[in-house]
Design a binder for this molecule. Structure first.
Ligand SMILES: CSCCC(=O)C(=O)COP(=O)(O)O
Ligand SMILES: [Zn+2]
Length: 243
């Protein structure tokens, strides 16, 4: 709409806005901005990102960009225009939607990208993840369950075998999400075979080489966390003794 007093100013603002919008507006369903919205709805339906908790970031390896969900908003209602975009090399924001803050998980996502060369990182407040951090001490462990075969070995190609033991480190929670960065980095370094880190009384971070791998790992791990709670309730050890 034309402005009577400052017509030019409004024209130039809307131009720069539309340039920035091009980074996140796409008809391609596989565009990271569209995927973040789709996956946040999926995670919400699973009860993993309710009440604004949790989030996701996706890396565009070709364009060397990071896409990040905004902070403190209902994650299932995010639209592409709400997505932040960061230059992967210098970590400067090249798209900052007005009136929104980037996810407080950003330094943790960056740790997974930097240390593990991840292509996407997911953070959920899954109740199974939280409960497992109350049932296990330093690490979550489970073995001899078929679903373990969906989890990568990480230190070598291929996935774990049915009878392999899945080990996920547990770090202590902090008052602010971003304060988790140093202990998350330590856990990733200490457990080179892990593709996830649990946060006590808080949730879980899961990453993968691509967004789809991260999604599958997150689903498989959540299945195993939920199963482990039920096994404990029934008095069944989560790690099977080898015969
Ligand atoms: C009730 S959410 C508290 C903050 C949190 O743990 C979280 O995962 C949300 O982070 P974001 O900044 O991405 O909204
Ligand atoms: Zn959180």
């Amino acid at each position: 709409m034309p402005c009577e007093c400052c017509h030019k100013e409004i024209e130039s603002k809307s131009k720069s806005e539309s340039d920035e919008d091009q980074l996140v507006i796409s008809g391609n369903a596989e565009h990271p901005a569209n995927l973040i919205c789709e996956l946040c709805r999926n995670f919400y339906e699973n009860g993993w990102v309710t009440g604004t908790g949790g989030g996701i970031s996706i890396r565009d390896r070709e364009r060397e960009l990071l896409y990040l969900a905004p902070s403190g908003v209902q994650k299932e209602r995010i639209i592409p225009k709400n997505i932040f975009v960061m230059d992967f090399k210098n970590k400067a924001y090249i798209r900052k939607p007005e009136n929104l803050k980037p996810s407080a998980c950003t330094p943790l996502f960056i740790a997974a990208y930097g240390i593990r060369n991840a292509g996407a990182c997911i953070h959920t407040h899954s109740q199974s993840a939280v409960l497992c951090t109350l049932l296990f001490d330093k690490v979550f462990e489970i073995s001899s369950i078929e679903q373990i075969k969906a989890i990568p070995k990480v230190t070598e190609p291929g996935n774990l075998w049915y009878s392999d033991k899945l080990v996920i480190p547990i770090i202590e929670n902090t008052e602010k999400e971003e304060q988790l960065e140093s202990t998350l980095r330590e856990a990733i370094e200490k457990y080179p075979g892990t593709t996830a880190v649990l946060v006590r009384r808080h949730g879980i971070y899961v990453w993968g080489e691509t967004v789809w791998k991260a999604k599958v790992y997150n689903e498989a791990i959540d299945y195993l966390l939920e199963l482990a709670i039920k096994m404990r309730q029934l008095g069944i050890p989560t790690v099977k003794q080898l015969e």
